[in-house]
Design a protein around this ligand. Structure first.
Ligand code: PGA
Length: 256
């Protein structure tokens, strides 16, 4: 296993304003303080990152950017770079399907973002996953391999311990229809085997692999006990403090 702690990432997407984000963090602090065997990462809107970074106790929570541009600076109106986020966040989500499909990010953009994150001491959370059509056509393994090879093309072995791979089947995101733990186990096996082929077993084992897609407090436990799964990427359920706290508690128990 890549690390003992389970990794639970809350992706708030384009929800919660600065004040609401701050209140939410405050609300969850008590639960998370008691759950030391879980690494809890919050991904609020870019606008909230600066203020949360001043409020947050880094021993309880880490922060993640939901997105960033891969160049460090320059004439790129409206963009925020990984270099600007350095020191504010510890993680950065890269290649989320909403970025790939709604904002047309391609493998080259994603590869550049993975590198920009690592160059700026930000751990990339590289999201990969198949569409419903690809799944129905039996292409899941091929898609995962292609997205891994594409996203990690310029990553060297020594950087792998800072890389997180999130298996997020696109048909399971925000649909209420999560993958079956057996499907997740199968996909994670493909991911770990591909990493082994690319980097060798010693390095591949350092990579943290998590699952995302309609995770709730009721289903979190089954994924966390799935072979090879080191944590969860939670969207909708992370906006419900009770559910998210329950997920963190389940993750803590899963490490015992
Ligand atoms: P969901 O989102 O939990 O709402 O399906 C997951 C994600 O987008 O990472």
């Amino acid at each position: 296993m890549a690390e003992k702690n389970k990794l639970i990432v809350a992706n708030w997407k384009m929800n919660l304003n600065v004040q609401e984000s701050s209140l939410f963090l405050q609300k969850m602090s008590e639960t998370v303080r008691k759950r030391r065997d879980v690494t809890v990462v919050l991904a609020p809107s870019t606008l909230s990152l600066q203020s949360l970074s001043l409020q947050v106790n880094l021993r309880q929570f880490k922060l993640a950017a939901q997105n960033f541009y891969w160049r460090d600076q320059g004439a790129f109106t409206g963009e925020v770079s990984a270099a600007q986020l350095k020191g504010v966040v510890q993680y950065g989500i890269v290649g989320h399907s909403e970025r790939r499909y709604l904002f047309h990010e391609n493998d080259k953009d994603i590869r550049n973002k993975v590198q920009a994150a690592l160059r700026n001491q930000i751990k990339p959370i590289l999201c990969i996953g198949e569409t419903a059509w690809e799944r129905a056509s039996g292409e899941t393994a091929d898609v995962l391999r292609d997205q891994l090879v594409g996203g990690l093309a310029n990553v060297v072995s020594e950087e792998l311990e800072d890389v997180v791979i999130a298996y997020e089947p696109i048909w399971a995101i925000g649909t209420g229809e999560s993958a079956a733990p057996s499907d997740v186990a199968e996909a994670v096996k493909v991911i770990r085997t591909t990493l082994k082929h690319l980097y060798g077993a010693k390095w591949a084992n350092k990579v943290i692999v998590i699952y995302g897609g309609s995770v709730t407090s009721a289903t979190a436990g089954s994924f966390l006990l799935t072979q090879g799964v080191d944590g969860l990427l939670v969207g909708g359920a992370s906006l419900d403090a009770h559910q998210f706290e329950a997920i963190v508690e389940t993750a803590d128990e899963a490490t015992k």
